[in-house]
Ligand binder design. Structure first.
Ligand code: NDP
Length: 249
């Protein structure tokens, strides 16, 4: 029960890695709030994880984020843990990238993650922990992945700078970078057909020294570790959960 009575907010908690983390935090005693865009999966998540409170808030909507944080901060309540996990995929070869796709991916995966942290700062203080989901894709040259890789690489750079700025306030900031994980994300790439997804999946498995995809729970365990007091001397770290894909290739 590492998170007994801790207040946790997971942005992007109704699916995949976020949902597995919501479950993990709740099972260890936390008061968990989470966001997502899809009301149906938010409701399902609240049924699966009794006590967890879901909110339909798009991370790119600064006003909605402000309302959520105002509510969570009522009566002097604070946040112990902020998990910034919202993200979207998007494959396109260089010749096909559009500005619209580029902006959409950078808005969700980079800009809004940083602004969400900025907006949450009044609720954070000494002992608080921020965990951010990156990607090993930020550090590799997978064809068609320029938009996603650039956004997540920017997020990695921002994570380190934010960790440096917040260290004197007693706030730790760390990143978990998953390799290929079996979640709905892979199947939600706009413009990518079922056959292309299967081919991509096979290619990803081939690139992992452990020769399998990871499970959302395996990433959630790393998130919980970095958010916990067990990681009290860790900040600005990037923990890869990837079956050796980044370092052993
Ligand atoms: P999912 O698609 O299952 O989860 C993505 C989550 O982000 C959902 O909860 C989704 O909510 C939320 N989200 C997306 N856009 C927004 C938005 N604009 N506002 C609020 N919430 C939003 O995929 P994963 O669990 O795999 O992805 C989680 C994170 O892990 C992402 O940041 C992803 O980039 C990263 N990652 C995943 C890898 C993988 O192989 N699966 C590999 C490396 C990194 P909703 O469903 O309501 O849209």
């Amino acid at each position: 029960m590492r998170f007994e009575n801790r207040n946790v907010l997971v942005l992007g908690g109704n699916s995949g890695i976020g949902l597995a983390s919501v479950k993990g935090f709740a099972e260890e005693g936390a008061n968990v709030h989470f966001t997502g865009r899809n009301q149906e999966t938010i409701d399902e998540a609240m049924q699966t994880v009794p006590g967890a409170q879901g909110h339909r808030v798009d991370i790119t909507d600064r006003a909605a984020m402000a309302d959520l944080l105002d509510n969570l901060g009522k009566d002097g309540r604070t946040l112990d843990i902020l998990f910034i996990n919202a993200g979207i995929g998007g494959f396109a070869p260089l010749r096909e990238i559009t500005e619209e796709q580029w902006d959409a991916i950078h808005n969700v995966n980079l800009k809004s993650c940083v602004f969400a942290i900025q907006q949450a700062l009044p609720l954070l203080g000494t002992g608080s922990a921020i965990v951010i989901t990156g990607s090993i894709g930020a550090h590799s040259a997978l064809p068609g992945n320029a938009m996603y890789a650039a956004a997540k690489n920017g997020l990695h750079a921002a994570m380190k700078v934010m960790a440096g700025e917040l260290v004197s306030e007693g706030i730790r900031v760390n990143m978990v970078s998953p390799g290929p994980i079996d979640t709905p994300l892979l199947y939600r790439n706009p413009g990518v057909t079922g056959a292309q997804v299967d081919a991509l999946r096979d290619k990803m498995i081939e690139s992992v020294p452990m020769k399998r995809m990871g499970q959302a729970e395996e990433v959630a365990r790393a998130v919980l570790f970095l958010a916990s007091d067990e990681a009290s001397f860790i900040t600005a770290a990037n923990l890869c959960v990837d079956g050796g894909a980044l370092e052993l290739r």
